[in-house]
Design a protein around this ligand. Sequence first.
Ligand SMILES: [Zn+2]
Length: 419
Amino acid sequence: MNKPAIVEFTEIEGEMEHAPPEVYAAHLIEWAAERRVSDIFISDDQRSVRVSVRRLGRVELVRRLARDYGTKLQGHFRVISGAGAGDAIHPADGRGVVTTEEGKEYDFRLSTIPTLFGQDVTVRLFDSKRGNGGIESLGLDDCEVASLKQLLDQPSGLLLVSGPVASGKTCTLYSSLHYLNDGTLKIHTIEDPIEYPIRGVQQTQVNLRARLDFSELLTAVLRHSPDVIMIGEIRDARSAATAVRAGASGQLVLATVHADSAAQAINTMLQYDTNPTFLARTLIGVVNQRLISKLCVDCRKEIWAADDLCRNDRVWRKLDGVQPKLYRKVGCAKCFETGFSSLTCLPEIMCIDRDIEQAIIHGEDPGQIEQIALDHGMLSLADAAQVRVLRGDTTATEACRVIEHPDLSYLAAKERELL
Ligand SMILES: [Zn+2]
Protein backbone atom coordinates (compact mmCIF):
# COMPACT_ATOMS: atom_id res chain seq x y z
CA MET A 1 0.00 0.00 0.00
CA ASN A 2 1.23 3.47 -0.83
CA LYS A 3 1.34 5.94 2.01
CA PRO A 4 -1.59 8.33 1.63
CA ALA A 5 -0.42 11.53 0.02
CA ILE A 6 -1.09 14.87 1.68
CA VAL A 7 -1.83 17.55 -0.84
CA GLU A 8 -0.28 20.98 -0.41
CA PHE A 9 -3.39 23.00 0.23
CA THR A 10 -1.71 26.41 0.17
CA GLU A 11 -2.20 26.25 -3.59
CA ILE A 12 -5.85 27.10 -3.09
CA GLU A 13 -6.11 30.85 -2.97
CA GLY A 14 -8.55 32.38 -0.56
CA GLU A 15 -8.95 29.09 1.26
CA MET A 16 -8.39 30.70 4.63
CA GLU A 17 -11.03 29.78 7.09
CA HIS A 18 -11.81 33.50 7.36
CA ALA A 19 -13.27 33.44 3.85
CA PRO A 20 -17.02 32.87 3.61
CA PRO A 21 -17.85 29.19 2.93
CA GLU A 22 -19.20 30.00 -0.54
CA VAL A 23 -15.85 31.50 -1.55
CA TYR A 24 -14.01 28.53 -0.06
CA ALA A 25 -16.34 26.12 -1.87
CA ALA A 26 -15.80 27.81 -5.23
CA HIS A 27 -12.00 27.78 -4.81
CA LEU A 28 -12.02 24.17 -3.65
CA ILE A 29 -14.09 23.03 -6.65
CA GLU A 30 -11.99 25.00 -9.12
CA TRP A 31 -8.76 23.69 -7.59
CA ALA A 32 -10.13 20.15 -7.68
CA ALA A 33 -11.45 20.33 -11.25
CA GLU A 34 -8.08 21.58 -12.55
CA ARG A 35 -6.44 18.52 -11.05
CA ARG A 36 -9.01 16.10 -12.51
CA VAL A 37 -10.33 15.24 -9.06
CA SER A 38 -13.41 13.01 -9.29
CA ASP A 39 -14.77 13.37 -5.74
CA ILE A 40 -14.39 15.73 -2.81
CA PHE A 41 -15.17 14.30 0.63
CA ILE A 42 -16.02 16.64 3.52
CA SER A 43 -16.26 14.32 6.50
CA ASP A 44 -16.69 14.87 10.23
CA ASP A 45 -14.23 13.07 12.44
CA GLN A 46 -13.74 13.18 16.20
CA ARG A 47 -12.35 16.70 16.44
CA SER A 48 -12.47 18.31 13.03
CA VAL A 49 -13.83 18.13 9.51
CA ARG A 50 -11.56 16.42 7.00
CA VAL A 51 -11.47 17.53 3.40
CA SER A 52 -10.09 14.84 1.11
CA VAL A 53 -10.23 14.18 -2.63
CA ARG A 54 -10.14 11.22 -4.97
CA ARG A 55 -7.64 11.92 -7.70
CA LEU A 56 -6.49 9.40 -10.34
CA GLY A 57 -8.47 6.82 -8.39
CA ARG A 58 -6.75 7.38 -5.02
CA VAL A 59 -7.91 9.26 -1.95
CA GLU A 60 -5.67 12.09 -0.71
CA LEU A 61 -6.17 14.08 2.47
CA VAL A 62 -6.26 17.78 1.70
CA ARG A 63 -7.02 19.61 4.92
CA ARG A 64 -8.51 19.46 8.38
CA LEU A 65 -10.96 22.27 9.06
CA ALA A 66 -12.14 23.56 12.41
CA ARG A 67 -15.45 21.89 13.23
CA ASP A 68 -17.55 25.08 13.02
CA TYR A 69 -16.16 26.08 9.69
CA GLY A 70 -16.36 22.58 8.26
CA THR A 71 -20.00 22.30 9.25
CA LYS A 72 -20.73 25.61 7.48
CA LEU A 73 -18.97 24.34 4.37
CA GLN A 74 -20.98 21.08 4.42
CA GLY A 75 -24.14 23.16 4.91
CA HIS A 76 -23.28 25.42 1.98
CA PHE A 77 -22.79 22.47 -0.37
CA ARG A 78 -26.04 20.94 0.84
CA VAL A 79 -27.99 24.15 0.31
CA ILE A 80 -26.72 24.83 -3.22
CA SER A 81 -27.41 21.25 -4.25
CA GLY A 82 -30.93 21.29 -2.86
CA ALA A 83 -30.15 18.65 -0.22
CA GLY A 84 -31.25 20.88 2.70
CA ALA A 85 -28.71 21.96 5.35
CA GLY A 86 -30.76 21.33 8.45
CA ASP A 87 -31.18 17.57 8.42
CA ALA A 88 -27.94 15.67 8.91
CA ILE A 89 -29.75 12.61 10.30
CA HIS A 90 -31.02 11.21 7.01
CA PRO A 91 -29.02 10.42 3.87
CA ALA A 92 -29.68 13.00 1.16
CA ASP A 93 -28.85 13.57 -2.50
CA GLY A 94 -28.73 16.62 -4.68
CA ARG A 95 -27.02 18.32 -7.56
CA GLY A 96 -25.73 21.79 -8.08
CA VAL A 97 -23.48 24.18 -9.92
CA VAL A 98 -20.66 26.25 -8.45
CA THR A 99 -19.75 29.44 -10.31
CA THR A 100 -16.29 30.90 -9.73
CA GLU A 101 -15.42 34.60 -9.66
CA GLU A 102 -14.31 34.34 -13.31
CA GLY A 103 -17.72 32.93 -14.22
CA LYS A 104 -16.63 29.33 -14.81
CA GLU A 105 -19.31 26.79 -13.96
CA TYR A 106 -18.74 23.36 -12.42
CA ASP A 107 -21.53 20.78 -12.21
CA PHE A 108 -21.53 18.36 -9.31
CA ARG A 109 -23.64 15.75 -7.62
CA LEU A 110 -23.84 15.57 -3.85
CA SER A 111 -24.73 12.81 -1.45
CA THR A 112 -24.55 12.77 2.32
CA ILE A 113 -24.75 10.05 4.91
CA PRO A 114 -24.81 10.31 8.71
CA THR A 115 -21.68 8.92 10.40
CA LEU A 116 -20.45 8.36 13.96
CA PHE A 117 -19.17 11.93 14.40
CA GLY A 118 -21.58 13.78 12.14
CA GLN A 119 -21.86 13.30 8.41
CA ASP A 120 -19.91 12.45 5.30
CA VAL A 121 -20.61 14.77 2.38
CA THR A 122 -19.46 13.52 -1.02
CA VAL A 123 -19.27 15.99 -3.87
CA ARG A 124 -18.85 14.18 -7.19
CA LEU A 125 -17.48 16.40 -9.90
CA PHE A 126 -18.47 15.83 -13.43
CA ASP A 127 -15.38 15.41 -15.59
CA SER A 128 -16.43 17.37 -18.63
CA LYS A 129 -13.21 16.52 -20.47
CA ARG A 130 -14.08 12.81 -20.47
CA GLY A 131 -17.83 12.34 -20.27
CA ASN A 132 -18.81 15.29 -22.38
CA GLY A 133 -16.55 14.39 -25.22
CA GLY A 134 -17.16 11.68 -27.75
CA ILE A 135 -15.83 8.16 -27.63
CA GLU A 136 -12.40 9.53 -28.60
CA SER A 137 -12.10 11.23 -25.20
CA LEU A 138 -12.27 7.95 -23.25
CA GLY A 139 -8.61 7.06 -23.84
CA LEU A 140 -9.25 4.07 -26.12
CA ASP A 141 -6.86 3.33 -28.97
CA ASP A 142 -8.01 3.56 -32.62
CA CYS A 143 -8.87 -0.15 -32.85
CA GLU A 144 -10.92 -0.06 -29.66
CA VAL A 145 -12.76 3.08 -30.81
CA ALA A 146 -13.58 1.35 -34.12
CA SER A 147 -14.91 -1.76 -32.32
CA LEU A 148 -17.10 0.30 -30.02
CA LYS A 149 -18.45 2.38 -32.92
CA GLN A 150 -19.21 -0.79 -34.85
CA LEU A 151 -21.34 -1.99 -31.93
CA LEU A 152 -23.08 1.39 -31.54
CA ASP A 153 -23.82 1.56 -35.26
CA GLN A 154 -26.09 -1.49 -35.00
CA PRO A 155 -29.76 -0.50 -35.19
CA SER A 156 -30.96 -2.83 -32.42
CA GLY A 157 -29.82 -5.18 -29.68
CA LEU A 158 -28.36 -5.00 -26.19
CA LEU A 159 -24.90 -3.61 -25.49
CA LEU A 160 -23.64 -4.08 -21.94
CA VAL A 161 -20.91 -2.08 -20.22
CA SER A 162 -19.52 -3.97 -17.24
CA GLY A 163 -16.94 -3.51 -14.50
CA PRO A 164 -16.74 -2.96 -10.76
CA VAL A 165 -17.84 0.24 -8.97
CA ALA A 166 -15.95 3.34 -10.16
CA SER A 167 -14.63 1.76 -13.36
CA GLY A 168 -15.95 4.55 -15.58
CA LYS A 169 -18.97 2.65 -16.94
CA THR A 170 -21.27 5.66 -16.85
CA CYS A 171 -18.69 7.78 -18.64
CA THR A 172 -18.53 5.21 -21.45
CA LEU A 173 -22.33 5.21 -21.72
CA TYR A 174 -22.53 9.00 -21.82
CA SER A 175 -19.78 9.22 -24.44
CA SER A 176 -21.65 6.60 -26.47
CA LEU A 177 -24.82 8.69 -26.23
CA HIS A 178 -22.88 11.74 -27.44
CA TYR A 179 -21.72 9.67 -30.42
CA LEU A 180 -25.27 8.54 -31.22
CA ASN A 181 -26.85 11.93 -30.52
CA ASP A 182 -26.49 13.42 -34.01
CA GLY A 183 -30.07 14.68 -34.24
CA THR A 184 -31.30 11.78 -36.38
CA LEU A 185 -32.16 9.40 -33.52
CA LYS A 186 -34.66 9.60 -30.70
CA ILE A 187 -32.77 8.80 -27.52
CA HIS A 188 -34.24 8.09 -24.07
CA THR A 189 -32.45 7.32 -20.84
CA ILE A 190 -33.74 5.78 -17.61
CA GLU A 191 -31.27 6.59 -14.88
CA ASP A 192 -30.78 6.44 -11.15
CA PRO A 193 -29.57 9.11 -10.71
CA ILE A 194 -29.24 11.27 -13.83
CA GLU A 195 -25.53 12.11 -13.93
CA TYR A 196 -25.80 15.24 -16.03
CA PRO A 197 -28.07 16.63 -18.75
CA ILE A 198 -27.41 15.97 -22.45
CA ARG A 199 -29.07 18.30 -24.91
CA GLY A 200 -31.53 16.57 -27.21
CA VAL A 201 -31.76 13.41 -25.07
CA GLN A 202 -34.91 12.58 -23.10
CA GLN A 203 -33.69 11.67 -19.62
CA THR A 204 -35.92 10.15 -16.95
CA GLN A 205 -35.05 9.52 -13.33
CA VAL A 206 -36.12 6.31 -11.57
CA ASN A 207 -38.30 7.25 -8.61
CA LEU A 208 -38.93 4.30 -6.35
CA ARG A 209 -40.94 6.35 -3.85
CA ALA A 210 -43.39 7.12 -6.63
CA ARG A 211 -43.18 3.43 -7.68
CA LEU A 212 -41.48 4.32 -10.94
CA ASP A 213 -38.86 1.64 -11.40
CA PHE A 214 -36.84 0.71 -14.50
CA SER A 215 -39.42 -1.72 -15.74
CA GLU A 216 -42.35 0.64 -15.29
CA LEU A 217 -40.56 3.50 -17.01
CA LEU A 218 -39.29 1.33 -19.82
CA THR A 219 -42.78 0.25 -20.75
CA ALA A 220 -43.70 3.93 -20.98
CA VAL A 221 -40.53 4.83 -22.91
CA LEU A 222 -41.18 2.09 -25.48
CA ARG A 223 -44.42 3.85 -26.41
CA HIS A 224 -42.42 6.97 -27.28
CA SER A 225 -40.91 5.36 -30.34
CA PRO A 226 -37.26 5.57 -29.27
CA ASP A 227 -34.29 4.48 -31.41
CA VAL A 228 -31.86 4.24 -28.51
CA ILE A 229 -32.54 3.56 -24.83
CA MET A 230 -29.94 3.83 -22.10
CA ILE A 231 -30.75 2.01 -18.88
CA GLY A 232 -28.45 3.08 -16.03
CA GLU A 233 -27.75 -0.14 -14.20
CA ILE A 234 -29.11 -3.66 -14.34
CA ARG A 235 -29.26 -4.76 -10.71
CA ASP A 236 -32.01 -7.34 -10.45
CA ALA A 237 -34.04 -9.87 -12.42
CA ARG A 238 -36.68 -7.30 -13.31
CA SER A 239 -34.31 -4.76 -14.82
CA ALA A 240 -32.37 -7.56 -16.61
CA ALA A 241 -35.55 -8.90 -18.22
CA THR A 242 -36.54 -5.34 -19.08
CA ALA A 243 -33.24 -4.60 -20.83
CA VAL A 244 -33.37 -7.80 -22.89
CA ARG A 245 -37.02 -7.18 -23.78
CA ALA A 246 -36.21 -3.68 -25.02
CA GLY A 247 -33.17 -4.88 -26.99
CA ALA A 248 -35.30 -7.52 -28.68
CA SER A 249 -38.01 -5.07 -29.68
CA GLY A 250 -36.04 -3.21 -32.31
CA GLN A 251 -34.15 -0.58 -30.30
CA LEU A 252 -30.50 -0.23 -29.45
CA VAL A 253 -30.26 -0.63 -25.67
CA LEU A 254 -27.22 0.38 -23.64
CA ALA A 255 -26.93 -0.70 -20.01
CA THR A 256 -24.35 -1.28 -17.29
CA VAL A 257 -23.96 -4.38 -15.16
CA HIS A 258 -21.59 -5.32 -12.32
CA ALA A 259 -19.14 -8.00 -13.47
CA ASP A 260 -15.38 -8.60 -13.53
CA SER A 261 -15.09 -9.68 -17.16
CA ALA A 262 -17.14 -9.60 -20.35
CA ALA A 263 -17.89 -13.33 -20.09
CA GLN A 264 -18.89 -12.86 -16.43
CA ALA A 265 -21.30 -10.09 -17.47
CA ILE A 266 -23.18 -12.64 -19.60
CA ASN A 267 -23.19 -14.97 -16.61
CA THR A 268 -24.57 -12.19 -14.38
CA MET A 269 -27.43 -11.66 -16.83
CA LEU A 270 -28.19 -15.41 -16.72
CA GLN A 271 -28.05 -15.36 -12.91
CA TYR A 272 -30.83 -12.79 -13.15
CA ASP A 273 -32.94 -15.48 -14.79
CA THR A 274 -32.88 -14.14 -18.33
CA ASN A 275 -33.64 -16.77 -20.93
CA PRO A 276 -30.29 -17.89 -22.50
CA THR A 277 -31.64 -18.08 -26.06
CA PHE A 278 -33.38 -14.73 -25.78
CA LEU A 279 -30.26 -13.13 -24.28
CA ALA A 280 -27.92 -14.70 -26.85
CA ARG A 281 -30.02 -13.45 -29.77
CA THR A 282 -30.39 -9.94 -28.32
CA LEU A 283 -26.89 -9.29 -26.97
CA ILE A 284 -24.57 -7.64 -29.51
CA GLY A 285 -21.56 -6.99 -27.30
CA VAL A 286 -20.04 -6.41 -23.88
CA VAL A 287 -17.52 -3.72 -23.02
CA ASN A 288 -15.86 -4.70 -19.75
CA GLN A 289 -13.60 -2.04 -18.35
CA ARG A 290 -11.38 -0.55 -15.66
CA LEU A 291 -9.86 2.90 -15.19
CA ILE A 292 -6.08 3.12 -15.41
CA SER A 293 -3.77 6.12 -14.91
CA LYS A 294 -2.07 7.36 -18.05
CA LEU A 295 1.57 8.40 -17.82
CA CYS A 296 2.28 12.09 -18.34
CA VAL A 297 4.02 12.25 -21.73
CA ASP A 298 5.88 15.39 -20.71
CA CYS A 299 7.90 13.71 -17.96
CA ARG A 300 7.71 9.88 -18.31
CA LYS A 301 11.10 8.22 -18.69
CA GLU A 302 11.97 5.14 -20.73
CA ILE A 303 13.84 2.61 -18.58
CA TRP A 304 14.10 -0.52 -20.72
CA ALA A 305 13.34 -1.78 -24.22
CA ALA A 306 13.51 -5.43 -25.23
CA ASP A 307 11.43 -7.87 -27.29
CA ASP A 308 11.36 -10.45 -24.49
CA LEU A 309 9.25 -8.12 -22.32
CA CYS A 310 6.29 -9.41 -24.33
CA ARG A 311 5.39 -13.02 -23.53
CA ASN A 312 1.97 -13.22 -25.13
CA ASP A 313 1.17 -13.69 -28.85
CA ARG A 314 -2.03 -11.64 -28.77
CA VAL A 315 -0.17 -8.71 -27.18
CA TRP A 316 2.71 -9.13 -29.62
CA ARG A 317 0.37 -8.97 -32.61
CA LYS A 318 -1.36 -5.91 -31.18
CA LEU A 319 1.98 -4.10 -30.72
CA ASP A 320 2.35 -4.55 -34.48
CA GLY A 321 6.12 -4.23 -34.73
CA VAL A 322 6.53 -1.53 -32.06
CA GLN A 323 9.40 -2.41 -29.74
CA PRO A 324 8.11 -3.29 -26.22
CA LYS A 325 9.33 -0.73 -23.69
CA LEU A 326 8.97 0.04 -20.01
CA TYR A 327 8.58 3.58 -18.73
CA ARG A 328 8.58 5.00 -15.24
CA LYS A 329 6.71 7.96 -13.83
CA VAL A 330 8.62 11.12 -12.94
CA GLY A 331 6.41 14.13 -12.17
CA CYS A 332 6.40 17.68 -13.51
CA ALA A 333 4.43 20.92 -13.19
CA LYS A 334 1.99 19.83 -15.93
CA CYS A 335 0.89 16.67 -14.08
CA PHE A 336 1.03 18.35 -10.63
CA GLU A 337 4.05 16.15 -9.78
CA THR A 338 2.03 12.94 -9.90
CA GLY A 339 3.68 11.49 -13.02
CA PHE A 340 0.23 10.67 -14.43
CA SER A 341 -1.96 12.91 -16.57
CA SER A 342 -5.42 11.34 -16.40
CA LEU A 343 -7.51 8.25 -15.77
CA THR A 344 -8.35 6.45 -18.99
CA CYS A 345 -10.52 3.54 -19.97
CA LEU A 346 -8.94 0.08 -20.20
CA PRO A 347 -11.43 -2.07 -22.13
CA GLU A 348 -12.12 -5.68 -23.02
CA ILE A 349 -14.52 -5.59 -25.96
CA MET A 350 -16.44 -8.76 -26.71
CA CYS A 351 -18.49 -8.74 -29.91
CA ILE A 352 -21.11 -11.47 -29.91
CA ASP A 353 -20.65 -13.58 -33.02
CA ARG A 354 -22.44 -16.77 -34.08
CA ASP A 355 -20.15 -19.08 -32.06
CA ILE A 356 -20.52 -17.07 -28.85
CA GLU A 357 -24.26 -16.90 -29.39
CA GLN A 358 -24.38 -20.70 -29.65
CA ALA A 359 -22.14 -21.07 -26.58
CA ILE A 360 -24.55 -18.93 -24.52
CA ILE A 361 -27.56 -20.90 -25.78
CA HIS A 362 -25.83 -24.19 -24.88
CA GLY A 363 -24.98 -23.00 -21.38
CA GLU A 364 -21.17 -22.97 -21.75
CA ASP A 365 -19.38 -21.54 -18.70
CA PRO A 366 -17.77 -18.06 -18.73
CA GLY A 367 -14.27 -19.54 -19.18
CA GLN A 368 -15.29 -21.30 -22.39
CA ILE A 369 -17.11 -18.24 -23.72
CA GLU A 370 -14.05 -16.11 -23.00
CA GLN A 371 -11.79 -18.62 -24.81
CA ILE A 372 -13.97 -18.49 -27.93
CA ALA A 373 -13.83 -14.68 -27.88
CA LEU A 374 -10.02 -14.72 -27.44
CA ASP A 375 -9.67 -17.21 -30.32
CA HIS A 376 -11.75 -14.82 -32.42
CA GLY A 377 -9.43 -11.88 -31.73
CA MET A 378 -10.64 -10.31 -28.48
CA LEU A 379 -7.98 -8.90 -26.16
CA SER A 380 -8.59 -9.67 -22.48
CA LEU A 381 -8.24 -6.90 -19.90
CA ALA A 382 -4.80 -8.26 -18.97
CA ASP A 383 -3.79 -8.24 -22.67
CA ALA A 384 -4.99 -4.66 -23.11
CA ALA A 385 -3.14 -3.65 -19.92
CA GLN A 386 0.10 -5.22 -21.20
CA VAL A 387 -0.24 -3.39 -24.49
CA ARG A 388 -0.60 -0.09 -22.60
CA VAL A 389 2.42 -0.84 -20.40
CA LEU A 390 4.62 -1.90 -23.33
CA ARG A 391 3.60 1.15 -25.38
CA GLY A 392 4.54 3.42 -22.48
CA ASP A 393 0.99 4.59 -21.81
CA THR A 394 1.21 3.47 -18.19
CA THR A 395 3.56 1.72 -15.75
CA ALA A 396 3.53 -1.99 -14.93
CA THR A 397 3.00 -1.13 -11.25
CA GLU A 398 -0.12 0.87 -12.14
CA ALA A 399 -1.39 -1.97 -14.37
CA CYS A 400 -0.91 -4.43 -11.47
CA ARG A 401 -2.90 -2.14 -9.19
CA VAL A 402 -5.83 -2.49 -11.58
CA ILE A 403 -5.50 -6.10 -12.84
CA GLU A 404 -3.91 -9.23 -11.41
CA HIS A 405 -2.10 -11.33 -13.99
CA PRO A 406 1.26 -13.22 -13.97
CA ASP A 407 2.52 -11.40 -17.11
CA LEU A 408 1.81 -8.01 -15.49
CA SER A 409 3.50 -9.11 -12.24
CA TYR A 410 6.53 -10.12 -14.32
CA LEU A 411 6.65 -6.64 -15.90
CA ALA A 412 6.20 -4.95 -12.52
CA ALA A 413 9.07 -7.00 -11.06
CA LYS A 414 11.25 -6.01 -14.03
CA GLU A 415 10.27 -2.37 -13.47
CA ARG A 416 11.23 -2.49 -9.76
CA GLU A 417 14.55 -4.12 -10.68
CA LEU A 418 15.35 -1.21 -13.00
CA LEU A 419 14.39 1.61 -10.63
ZN1 LIG B 1 4.40 15.26 -15.92
